[in-house]
Design a protein around this ligand. Sequence first.
Ligand code: GDP
Length: 430
Amino acid sequence: MANVVVVGAQWGDEGKGKIVDWLSERADVIARFQGGHNAGHTLVIDGEVYKLHALPSGVVRRGKLSVIGNGVVLDPWHLVKEIAGIRAQGVEITPETLMIAENTPLILPFHGELDRARENQNAVAKIGTTGRGIGPAYEDKVGRRVIRVADLADDATLVTRVERALVHHNALRNGLGLEPIDRDALLDSLRDIAPQILPYAAPVWKVLAEKRAQGKRILFEGAQGALLDIDFGTYPFVTSSNVIAGQAATGTGMGPSAVGYTLGIVKAYTTRVGEGPFPTELHDEDGQRLGERGHEFGTTTGRKRRCGWFDACLVRQTCAISGIAGIALTKLDVLDGFETLKICTGYELDGARLDYLPTASDKQARCTPVYEELPGWSETTAGARSWAELPANAIKYVRRVEELIGCPVAMLSTSPERDDTILVRDPFAD
Ligand code: GDP
């Protein structure tokens, strides 16, 4: 039985939410394996809009198990609020339908404060974080001073862990001009929240191994996109975790062979939120138009996204790094009505041609895109559910994307509605 990993293959916001939801109907288990509540997936089911941040997309479907894996960092207060909000929309969430890995690190209030304090001081080179403490929580995980879900169950352990974290954080806060952390107030709030989190705590690696042995289908739901990966993204303007498909294994406790088919989500053009290099960025009417037609504003932050032409060179790179077997090409309808479309096939740097984005920041900044032009289409593709409904030039565009990235289109999305999707290959098929 094939399992499926869904990862973003650009800078995030590729429309993963819709595709994950589409696939989650066919899956038995839906697992998050990295990131925090900065994810912000939007799902539209029967006209009802669900905005999920920390919860896996599976929670809005009956009879599925949703899992928050150890690769995630979890803000327990946020989670409790998000659960309450989704429940208010009539969705049932119980320890049978939601499990949180016991070894999941917690985001604490001082992580968010640190995030914001550093970002405000760092006017020279803002990373563009969402200020939710996700980066500092990952730092504490690697620094071996984070508090994990299992620690909430034993008061003596909790006290020791908090004290260990405070030694580091109070020194740091002193340097940043922040007040020291109130140890007792922090412990009290952790003791308060613990009973609301612990019922969901589980040895997720074990549950997943059992599900796999039973032949259940597991969907691994990625957040952000490969160009925001901590190792392979446009560092330092990246997120603080690995987001590529390999992380699905370490972020849940399954071996790499369990991960299965990797579906890369790719927008038919390119967007990016916040700072950092973006070779095909447009500052003209075309860019404006992509942003307006594509409603390119962040779900989590409301920030306007930067927009540009499709960068086949970058997607070829992220397909290789994530081992992407097929892509879901989304938002094709946003390109309706453009007379001419451009696709970036490579870069020029200091007079030489490059077929990949180099690692060094100065080189990334100096890369200029080499474009190929394709004719656009005046007809609409919005809502198309079969190839026959697509204009010939739209099909040519899709075929050219496949050729240039070296990866086939498995799914094609033509509107925010779940069923406005053309299926070429079922990712769950063996
Ligand atoms: P994610 O973080 O990758 O899930 O992406 P977002 O949810 O931030 O952005 C996707 C947005 O685009 C959502 O508002 C979706 O409803 C919408 N969307 C997804 N697929 C399509 C599509 O094929 N066409 C159009 N026009 N909108 C889409």
